[in-house]
Unconditional design. Sequence first.
Length: 197
Amino acid sequence: MKYQAPKSEGEILPNKLDLTDSKQIEREEYRGFLRAELKFESEIENIETFDWHLITAIHHTAFEHLYEFAGKLRKVNISKDGFLFPVALYLGKTIQNFEEEFLNTIPKQITDENQLVAITAPIHAELLFIHPFREGNGRTARLFINLIAVKHGYEQFDFDWIRENRMEEYIISVQSAAEKNYRPMKDLFTQLREKRS
């Protein structure tokens, strides 16, 4: 998904590889997130804390070869279909609140899938609502949530199923986080777990 920002529609973001073709950029972004997934899954035994540092490390690992803004908070305001994400100027404070309210409350042990959903769905919704990075927010958030699942011995969430079957609900779930309503995302996450049975 691309977002409206202070630039021309379809403009290619400046990148370290001087790519001007959107398909080439998509391939590089895909490779970057594949690299990040392999790296952090291989290091899962050593990950003890699911904090903001890990989120930025995921983003940096995925994009460091491509964008100067890898792992850094966005400096522009962005919107999607008229929905405005939090203002860039206050992202620092927003992230601090996110850490205190969500990341710092992740338990050391998650005992069942209901608890997994109850913990990860609000984190996922809130992180996507905050949209801290210039690009790659959804992929970073999905990898972060799946790392939490894997760390605690659960299967990853099948986010492809959401993209293929529940995309409109997914977008509404993210927008609902603006009002601290995480029920829509919890319902989606519950469906993701139940569809495997």
